[in-house]
Design a protein around this ligand. Structure first.
Ligand code: SP5
Ligand code: ZN
Length: 334
């Protein structure tokens, strides 16, 4: 299986995130990719597909913001990582934004996703890794793996959040459509709901978004991922959410996965994108399922029965020392 990763993805290393009322060490560390890379052996560098596939999903004004935010932060006399402190939720409208703090609020959903001097480059190459894995599958490989870091599924068309800046899975799904796939299914098995991906395809009937995740009544990202969210307009029925309780172990997880896989089969896609997070792991420090290392091959085996050309895109997973074994286990089951 081809496995794609660019060393420039490792330079992104935010120091702190706001959590439960204080600044704590950031959970999405470069060591995550290092641990996965060590478990997988050789990875190959992505090809540069340029900006067009990125702006096919993301608002160009948001992309401009992401590219310039840290420079603007320094020009405002700040130090360290750029992070917002005000969000335009109440009676928000489009106003001219002349200060970096205003822009940070406009283009973000949380204070856990700082922008460093290296963030744009890392996010850009993570997206290129997803696009290069897609190329492999378009060229005939049944499955390819994009070691995306930073992850992507919380990023919307015009906002960052949840450690995510560019939505790698959405970018790959759209590129697959543009390369001729008629219907694309995105299966999101990260612990957290993929709100950005859901938002991006909410009104579309050509891309199915199906997710199994911790119940948003008690888990991040709270405002999305509830079972009654099913899409709208042409996208009605093309969003499927299965929230599961804390403590979910492999048996009930596989039962939920069966439901989701049946929906994907019924959708009859010609391409599958998997947003894979290993934060469903029993010892994940920020999540609450009970999936064991040996379970990941079984989860992947069920997905592989779809027999669809598949791009696996890395999302979360914060038990760094076990991350490589969990990812390798998953890939071995495909
Ligand atoms: C891609 C992904 O898995 N994003 C998850 C974002 C979750 N952010 C909210 C939970 C924050 C907990 N952070 C504690 C850090 C301790 N060092
Ligand atoms: Zn996650």
């Amino acid at each position: 299986m081809r496995m794609i990763f660019d060393p420039r993805q490792s330079a992104h290393a935010p120091a702190l995130e706001m959590h439960n009322g204080g600044w704590v060490a950031h959970a999405e560390v470069p060591g995550r990719a290092a641990n996965i890379g060590a478990a997988l052996g050789a990875t190959e560098a992505p090809a540069d597909h340029g900006l067009a596939s990125i702006t096919a999903i993301h608002d160009p004004a948001y992309v401009d913001f992401l590219r310039s935010a840290h420079r603007r932060w320094l020009e405002a006399g700040r130090e360290g990582d750029a992070v917002g402190y005000i969000w335009p939720v109440a009676r928000r409208r489009d106003v001219q934004l002349d200060r970096i703090d205003a822009m940070l609020g406009r283009y973000s959903m949380d204070a856990g996703t700082p922008i460093t001097a290296d963030t744009w480059d890392a996010a850009y190459w993570a997206a290129q890794s997803a696009l290069t894995a897609l190329d492999a599958v378009l060229a005939g490989d049944r499955v390819a793996f994009a070691l995306c870091r930073p992850p992507g599924h919380h990023a919307g068309a015009d906002y960052l959040g949840g450690y995510c800046y560019l939505n790698n899975a959405a970018i790959a799904a759209q590129a697959a459509r543009d390369a001729g796939a008629t219907r694309v299914a995105i299966l999101d098995v990260d612990y957290h709901h993929g709100n950005g991906t859901q938002d991006i395809f909410w009104n579309r009937g050509d891309v199915l978004f199906a997710s199994i995740h911790g119940d948003p009544r008690i888990d991040y990202p709270f405002y999305w991922g509830h079972a009654d969210e099913r899409g709208e307009g042409a996208g009605e029925g093309a969003t499927l959410n299965l929230p599961l309780p804390h403590g979910t172990a492999i048996a009930p997880y596989l039962a939920a996965l069966d439901q989701v896989l049946a929906a994907i089969r019924a959708f009859a896609p010609d391409m599958l994108i998997v947003s894979f997070g290993a934060d469903t792991y029993e010892a994940d420090p920020i999540s609450h399922f009970a999936i064991r290392t040996q379970d990941y091959a079984e989860i992947a085996g069920a997905i592989a029965k779809l027999a669809l050309p598949s791009v696996i895109v890395m999302e979360g997973g914060y038990a760094v020392d076990a991350l490589g074994a969990n990812v390798a286990g998953f890939l071995s089951g495909l």
